[in-house]
Design a protein. Structure first.
Length: 313
């Protein structure tokens, strides 16, 4: 069991998930949290990762470091999304095993599942069909990370587990319209349209695809729960078990941001996967469920974004 004094490495602590993990573990009284700013350690560079692990000797690792982004970013930077993620996760997984890390949690993504997987998506649907082309580079890297963890467990009996979160949002999210995911992108669009008193906001696609969203602080709670209570080769989904359409999401964000204009859907832009809802019965069976309602989570995220945007024009 991970103790309050255990040496815990959060790889990617400045990202959305890593920062939430750092907040949560700190609040829970964990006193030896190890972090590495990107400027000090390039996780793609194996010799540097080797030296860091030799020096710091973590006991537990949360592998949240990754290059992430939405549809446009995946289409624009396919090499980065595949190669960078392969290098990061391979280096961390190998050196975690080599230096005797007791347990590693690898963060995957719901995009690993086939584009037309039956809904809700069960863990066993992995590799049963073709991926969604708009994020296949990222998905292939994540699938490789899962299989590497499973291979280490099979060949060496090493404790590496893999959690597959649904679409995430929350404090610390990325709001660049060229690279962000749909929820933060819509928050920014509606906020700026309100400030500029624009008559309409354009939403990519038809608005009909359905998505599930998990507040990132709930994911942090789930990750620590799994580190303490789960130890098996099978991947495990992390989500809320409920979804809504992009159109419904847009109207919810319109209400939260108090934007009075019109919503226009640009059907010339890609919709992505028609529906992506995770089956979270395995996680519920272990005794964990998400706590933050979507409207409350978006409100908290919006309040943080307004404060951040005002301080960083």
């Amino acid at each position: 069991m991970m103790q309050r004094h255990s040496r815990i490495y959060i790889a990617g602590h400045r990202g959305l998930v890593g920062a939430a993990l750092y907040r949560y573990l700190s609040q829970q009284g964990y006193t030896c949290l190890l972090t590495t700013p990107r400027a000090e350690l390039d996780l793609r560079w194996e010799p540097a990762v080797r030296d860091w692990f030799d020096q710091h000797q973590p006991e537990y690792v949360f592998l949240a470091a990754a290059k992430v982004g939405g549809i446009l970013a995946n289409a624009t930077y396919p090499v980065d999304f595949l190669q960078d993620n392969l290098q990061i996760q391979t280096n961390i997984i190998y050196h975690s095993y080599r230096t005797g890390v007791k347990k590693l949690l690898f963060l995957g993504s719901s995009c690993i599942y086939p584009k037309f997987a039956p809904q809700p998506i069960k863990e066993e649907y992995l590799l049963t069909g073709a991926l969604e082309p708009t994020n296949e580079w990222y998905a292939i890297a994540k699938i490789s990370g899962i299989k590497l963890c499973q291979a280490y467990r099979q060949q060496y009996g090493w404790s590496a587990i893999c959690a597959m979160p649904t679409n995430l949002y929350g404090i610390g999210d990325h709001f660049d319209l060229k690279t962000s995911h749909v929820l933060p992108a819509l928050l920014r669009k509606f906020h700026e349209a309100k400030i500029r008193q624009e008559p309409s906001v354009t939403v990519w696609g038809t608005g009909t695809p359905r998505r599930e969203f998990l507040y990132v602080d709930d994911l942090a709670d789930a990750c620590v729960f799994l580190m303490q209570h789960y130890d098996a080769a099978e991947i495990i989904n992390v989500g809320t078990g409920t979804d809504l359409s992009i159109g419904e999401l847009a109207h919810l964000i319109q209400k939260i941001t108090e934007y009075a204009g019109e919503i226009i859907y640009d059907s010339s832009k890609p919709d992505g996967t028609p529906r992506k809802l995770l089956d979270v019965s395995r996680l519920h069976g272990l005794g964990w469920q998400a706590r933050t309602p979507l409207a409350l989570g978006i409100q908290k995220t919006y309040e943080w974004y307004v404060t951040y945007a005002q301080g960083n024009p």
